[in-house]
Design a protein around this ligand. Structure first.
Ligand SMILES: [Zn+2]
Length: 405
């Protein structure tokens, strides 16, 4: 085993422990010898990623030093960009959000305007929380579509004009002296969800995002699965046989019928047809509907809207049933803005999954709403970034030229 990998395992043992660890604790949880643990703990203390916090109780001899992960060795800027809104957080190295801001944006207004707006939000948060820019050790950003991860360049998407291969990293490099990582935000959401206590023990999970579109983040054997062209999980464009045109050019895509954008469009049609009194009144006043309006109509048991949302849940559940038969995950997490529309959507999805999946594949399957809700993307962007910068810093520390200051 090479040196950075052993150091990483020792660090992970310290990070995962709920309380400060002695070297004996680390020996027990990693299986390494005391000599190996001692050597790598010294490297970690030199790097400032691990600090000595206290002395443990004596078991007869000298009291042992207790070690903790230094979550305040620096901060991360984490960004979750959606097509119509953005969330920005300042996050510590334990991926806890210290401060955050959200704002409505239109991703179609192009990368320059959107990134300038995000930069202003970040500077505002840093100022409000009296954090020096030099303490930012990494920037992580999720975007609503495929990304070439090694270069951080987004792929071409019809709903994001001007973003195709836009150098987002170079934009941030003009303002921050730290590395920047860009990924599809459905992958970052899956990573975020995996930090939750129950999911952290799960190595195979599917995170289904129901936002304006629909996409899936796949964790396979504990790692994000990106696929050969880094677009794995693009389940919104699976054909479900309806004759509805999708923006991708095909007909019958799941998200063209059951995605958030489609649900709002269908709700507006229901209102115009006079089938929902509640929605017709809102549409008359506002001129358009939002997910919040659909949620309100469901809460007020408007029968036509309830049926529309139930149908969307069944269509999504049928596609998930196929994914479950194929991939056999232990957890399916339902997240994204439109997943908050109410229990009805989740119940319909769940019912369709149990109806259509193989009994063996669902025997131990958990299906649940994302525990992190709207914070999944920000926390996930931080998880991605912390893992990357720690791996990078340990490589440098092992060669004796770096510490995490
Ligand atoms: Zn499509």
């Amino acid at each position: 085993m090479n040196m950075p990998r052993v150091t990483t395992e020792v660090l992970q043992a310290i990070r995962r422990s709920k309380k400060p660890s002695s070297k004996a604790d680390i020996v027990r949880s990693t299986g390494f010898s005391l000599v190996t643990v001692t050597e790598h703990v010294e490297t970690l203390v030199r790097s400032n990623l691990v600090i000595e916090v206290d002395m443990g109780p004596s078991t007869g001899g000298r009291r042992p030093r207790l070690l903790s992960f230094n979550a305040e060795a620096g901060y991360i800027v984490a960004v979750d960009l959606e097509t119509t809104h953005v969330q920005v957080g300042i996050v510590d190295l334990n991926c806890s959000i210290l401060a955050s801001k959200a704002s409505d944006i239109d991703v179609a207004s192009g990368p320059k305007a959107v990134l300038e707006h995000i930069k202003e939000m970040v500077f505002c948060l840093l100022k409000e929380n009296e954090i020096e820019t030099s303490l930012i050790k990494g920037i992580g950003m999720g975007v609503p579509g495929p990304v070439e991860y090694s270069t951080g360049l987004p792929a071409s998407l019809p709903i994001m004009p001007g973003w195709d291969r836009y150098p987002i990293r170079q934009f941030f490099a003009q303002h921050f002296q730290c590395p920047c990582y860009i990924d599809n935000n459905v992958y970052t959401m899956a990573l975020g969800e995996r930090t939750v206590e129950l999911a952290s023990e799960i190595d195979n999970l599917v995170f289904l995002k129901i936002g304006n579109g629909i996409g899936a983040g796949i964790i396979c054997n504990g790692q994000i699965y990106r696929g050969s062209a880094e677009c794995a999980g693009d389940v919104g464009h699976i054909n479900i046989g309806h004759d509805v045109l999708c923006y991708c050019g095909n007909r019958g895509c799941l998200e063209a019928i059951a995605g958030g954008r489609a649900m709002v469009r269908r709700a507006e049609q229901i209102a115009r047809d006079g089938q929902s009194k509640i929605l017709a009144e809102i549409l008359l006043v506002k001129g358009k509907l939002t997910s919040g309006d659909v949620k309100r109509a469901v809460l007020e048991s408007d029968p036509v809207v309830v049926e529309m949302v139930r149908e969307c849940g069944v269509l999504i559940g049928n596609v998930l049933a196929n994914l479950i038969n194929f991939f056999n995950p232990s957890l399916v997490c339902i997240g994204g803005g439109f997943s908050q529309i109410g229990d009805l959507l989740l119940a319909s999805i769940r019912q369709a999954i149990y109806h259509r999946s193989l009994p063996l594949a669902t025997r131990n399957l958990l299906i649940q709403q994302s525990s992190l809700g709207e914070k999944a993307g920000v926390i996930g962007a931080a998880v991605l970034t912390v893992d990357e910068i720690i791996n990078d810093s340990l490589k440098k520390t092992a060669s004796g030229i770096f510490s995490f200051y």
